[in-house]
Design a protein around this ligand. Structure first.
Ligand SMILES: [Zn+2]
Length: 146
């Protein structure tokens, strides 16, 4: 299978891969507050699922002048993901899985209302924003139909 090999300063850090992988994501994070890190995640699409599971392999802080290399390689054995969840859920601060909004990512306990769908959910704020966009685009006339 195809795998993503990450090294930092020549040291192997993660070999991310899965036979059911729909995608791999490597992100470099740098914020004005000073956080510098990289993150390796992906989506697993199983035969019996319509929605891919979100998986995380590694999140590591970086120091100035750290050299990160990224290679696509063929591998028989890879590292197991550290965390895995359905895309309809996210972890709360206690580390438990909770339903979450598929649009903004907020978990159920952080929103006023969450409408649950079969392949995704939407919160009150995203519903209001979507409604505003529909009105602006002329899809709705802004009044509820009776
Ligand atoms: Zn939302």
């Amino acid at each position: 299978m195809k795998a993503l090999k990450i090294t930092v300063n020549g040291e192997r850090r993660v070999l991310a891969g899965h036979q059911d992988a729909a995608s791999f994501i490597f992100s470099y994070i740098s914020t004005p507050r000073g956080e510098t890190a990289y993150h390796v995640s992906g989506h697993l699409l199983r035969k019996d699922q319509e929605v891919a599971d979100y998986v995380e392999w590694k999140h590591e802080d970086l120091n100035e002048d750290d050299e990160v290399t990224l290679a696509v390689t063929e591998a028989k054995a890879v590292d197991l993901p550290k965390r895995q969840r359905p895309t309809t859920h996210d972890w709360n601060p206690q580390g438990e899985l909770e339903l979450s909004c598929s649009f903004c990512g907020n978990i159920k306990s952080d929103v006023k209302y969450l409408v649950k769908g079969s392949n995704g959910n939407i919160c009150d704020k995203c519903t209001a924003l979507a409604h505003e966009i529909m009105v602006d685009e002329g899809v709705f006339d802004g009044e509820a139909k009776s």
